[in-house]
Design a protein around this ligand. Sequence first.
Ligand SMILES: [Zn+2]
Ligand SMILES: [Zn+2]
Length: 138
Amino acid sequence: MKYPGGCYCGQVRYEVDLQSPDEARTSICHCTSCKRFFGTGFGLTTKVPKDAFRVAKGTPKEHVSDNGSTSLHREFCGVCGTGILEYGEEAAQKSRYIMTGTFDQPGTFPPKGEFFCKDRERWMPEIPNVFHKQEIQE
Ligand SMILES: [Zn+2]
Ligand SMILES: [Zn+2]
């Protein structure tokens, strides 16, 4: 199945090719870096195998930041600023984390878990029946 998506202005389009939506893992992240990049109270990304993702139109811009233990790559539309995907250096050969809201049908990939719950905003309730981690691994 092909799951297309793209940015707000339409200059960047992509396609994710999966056997089934179960191959993807959507998660919420409450960390401060996600809050700032997404400009909201949390980040929402869908992890897919690197080779399942391909850009169909345009060229996303890339920003690389030093995340302390690793470098964090974020790709976005250089025209409208929509975040398209991110990945840490250690996942570079394996996975892409797509900004879930950029899929044409984001509801196809409901969240399976929450990360950095220690930084959850007080007004943000827990998502029921998904995993909850205080940081990334514990
Ligand atoms: Zn755009
Ligand atoms: Zn985060």
